[in-house]
Ligand binder design. Sequence first.
Ligand SMILES: [Zn+2]
Length: 429
Amino acid sequence: MILKKLTGRHILSVLALIALAALIILPLVSFADGEDTPAESEASPAAEDSLPESEADKNADIFDIPPATGVLSRPALQQAEKDTVDVGLSYGRGAYRHITFTAAEDSMLSHGGDVYKELTFTWEDGVMYRDGVPCQKAYVRSSAPITLSNTGWSYEGVMILTCGQYGITLVNRVPLENYVKGVMSGEIGEDGSYESRKAFAVICRTLVFVARDHGEEFDLCSKNCCQSYRGTFHRNELNDKAVDETAGMVLTYNGVPCLVAYSSSHGYNSCSSFAAWVGADIPYLRVVRYDNEPLDYGGQWEVTYTYEQLSARLKYYTTTGIVRSVSVAETDPYGSTYVYRLKVVDSAGKVSEVMYGGNIMAVLGVRCANFTIEQISGGITIHGIGNGHGVGYSQRGGHQMGLEGYKWEQILSFYFPGTTLAPCREFLE
Ligand SMILES: [Zn+2]
């Protein structure tokens, strides 16, 4: 896939997004609840899109999503069939030195004008070989998914092999929509309300356009750094249908694809990007509140630490190496209940702070920064709700909104206020 060259106006916003791309995705739970009948809801999801001036404002509901009735009109879009993405499966220092491809039943692999049932490539001392014959670059095609023996997973499209510095760079060139289907199966599995699957398909597709820069050899990697992609592994009909029915659509802000961050559950309110990540005050990643979000799948948790354990975790925030107290100094300035500043006092009375939810999660080793701290004898108990960084879309919240009758467009505009759906072909050459 070739992304359009960006204009100066776009570059500023996209650079900020790319810098954050590694933070977008946390490992996600699979959804268990099926397609239940939409239930009546008294939920009044709410968002805040400017800095509150007082404590009282923090709980103000100033954004109401439209009632969940009818189907919104949406831009007609015909998928551009030929759009493909190049996904890096093996590269850099982790590149494979031995690759075997196997053809699916009733099909053959085609390579260099011949057909094969199985093909093996090796790498040794900076040279790639196919059956003992050195080669610099190779293409392997098939009419059916090609199985990669190294992982056991199968891939549609073309396999492109290049001799790399540390092994064989392996790239899967796959149609964009098939790539999205492959990501869907890895990221949400076989569960989730149907409307939330459609919303999520748009999210997966949008992230293609704000992915990390992996250089010339491929567009995205197949790991969590970009999005987890395992080809046809665990593909299922409902996810595929959700991708087909939203084909080509991406979420944009000010005319460019936006950083559609997501995590598993948010604990009734999302965290602003400002409070989660250093230097990231993104207008469509502020705070939305949704009281009906389920807290299953690890969305409610607690952890107890002794001061000895806290001293080990927070030693860089002390002068003495001994922590005497840990408490919440400030929550999200945009009004969510996520911790923005954590106060640490050491045995000499020195006060330090851990800033930003992402850092706080990391140093405390907790699932999210949406927590309260209870002081107990000899330590603290952290009571948390939510699972993940909490910025942007909540998978569990989106699932529930779908059950309550909200449409995918409404779910997306709720979690990403101010954004617009647009055909992604605008951003392809
Ligand atoms: Zn990546």
